[in-house]
Write a protein that binds this ligand. Sequence first.
Ligand SMILES: [Zn+2]
Length: 341
Amino acid sequence: MKKNKYKLLAVMLVAIVALAACSNGTNETSTTEVTTELNTIPTTETTEAPTEPEIEKINVVSTLFPQYDFARTIGGAYVDVTLVLPPGVESHSYEPTPKEVIGIMESDLFLYTNIAMEPWAEELIKNIDVSKTQVVDLSSEIDLLENDHDHAHEEDEDDHEEGAYDPHYWTTPQNAMIMAREIENALSTLKPEYADVFKSNVAALISELESLDEEIINAVEKMSSKTIISGGHFAFGYFAHAYGLEHVSPYIGFSPDAEPTPQKIASLIKTIEASKTKAIFYEELINPKVANVLAEETGAKMLLLHGAHNLSKEELESGITYIQIMYGNLERLKEGLGYNE
Ligand SMILES: [Zn+2]
């Protein structure tokens, strides 16, 4: 942890120096680039009908996929949203590069999950010029669940200040609605002239999230097992809590970096055998080696429970949304837990 902090400080220092250079000496090159770009597009041949004024888009930077997806849906044509995570990258261990730090510091709106998910944001936001960049901690209106793994503290050597809460609140549609409203609010503050558009887009998104919520409630009622056996670090604590499901995972805490002990795996195999579980759920973008072991030992089937932290390159290119990911999860939960029509 300490080592990571120094590394991040170094990255931020590089970024801040580069930013200072931008606003002093090298300023000219960047402004000319911008002006030529602006000039070449809208002002060529303006003899006929007046061209539409170029929309000045809100430059949004997002740490995880859910808020990236919601911001682009709510902002529509008036936003330019960047996801900090490169495609296919595991998010918990990710730290932004100097270039990405600059991107965040130069953005109009920075949307992050919380300090538990992005511990690097804590230092970074202290250095952001809040008169230029609006910073939104999307967990601020959410009822965060405490990390319910009893032994997390005694077995973890880190100072672990980010370990008190489960960071994965975005996995329930109810919390996604709260996030969407926060994002709409931030966008409307930045561009009040488009507030009506944001309002109507967020209303459509929330109505889809409400349908998703109802589908989950109805499906869970008809599931024969209520226990999700996960071979991963389990991002669905909020989901399980919201819909009355149990979950079992060999991991302590919420970081996929922490290797489960052989004893944990052995005891989980016993649990699985006793419960006649048909499926082990694994998570996206992480080698499912623990899930593999569990599946091989017990003969259970492996199914994906997509936590939507980040997407693979193919998923990103396909344009898949948070809502589609969650419907996919629901189908696999029905398959894995048993579903009676
Ligand atoms: Zn996670």
